[in-house]
Design a protein around this ligand. Structure first.
Ligand code: 5GP
Ligand code: MG
Ligand code: MG
Length: 181
């Protein structure tokens, strides 16, 4: 095992199984509809590509890149759109694909921004959920892969200082590899 890995929290096999389950559920719930899947860059890109390959209803993709004001590990609560959607979402069945919901502030603001554009429906599919860190009330993703404890995780799209996105499992780094988390 690589030296920087403290603990593998979710294995490649566990991810694959759960992502397939989510895709099945989504395919069932959206029968007769067309999904506009919106990937939140960059953390969600690997999850999204695995998820949508297992969804069996018509689907198109778009991407948004947002950053929260504040540093990299703590959400500031207000989001800044770095790259907006290419296409309008008016009357579309929008499914936001996120890597992780932590305090919930990012998602709350994102949902507000998108709701103004009047999609036909607006749901969220998040790979990870740090439930105990939530500070926004009544903010739950409609689809959640895994509830995880309050630990900073990387891998499977998630980064620390832009690294570790390429690992096919989700893990905790050894503390000496973090600076100031
Ligand atoms: P929230 O606004 O819910 O507090 O923060 C959500 C964002 O913070 C995520 O989309 C992600 O970019 C970042 N984040 C929160 N927890 C983690 C974590 O454990 N690992 C990584 N890599 N990013 C995280
Ligand atoms: Mg994110
Ligand atoms: Mg990040």
């Amino acid at each position: 095992m690589d030296d920087f890995i403290d603990k593998i929290l979710i294995s490649q096999e566990e991810i694959e199984t759960r992502v397939n389950e989510l895709a099945k559920q989504i395919s069932k719930d959206y029968v007769g509809k067309e999904i506009r899947a919106i990937g939140i860059l960059r953390g969600a890109f690997i999850f999204m590509s695995d998820l949508i390959r297992n969804i069996s209803v018509p689907l198109s993709v778009d991407f948004m890149s947002i950053s929260s004001y504040g540093d990299d590990s703590e959400s500031g609560g207000v989001i800044r759109i770095l790259k907006d959607l290419d296409k309008p979402i008016h009357n579309k069945h929008v499914l936001i694909i996120e890597d992780i919901v932590d305090t919930g502030l990012t998602l709350q603001h994102l949902k507000e921004v998108l709701a103004i554009r009047e999609p036909a429906s607006l749901r969220v599919c998040a790979l990870l959920d740090k439930k105990e860190r939530r500070i926004v009330n009544n903010l739950e993703a409609e689809y959640t892969g895994f509830v995880i404890p309050d630990q900073f995780v990387v891998g499977y799209g998630l980064d620390y200082a832009e690294k570790y996105r390429n690992y096919p499992f989700i893990f905790v780094l050894k503390s000496k590899y973090y600076q100031g988390i």
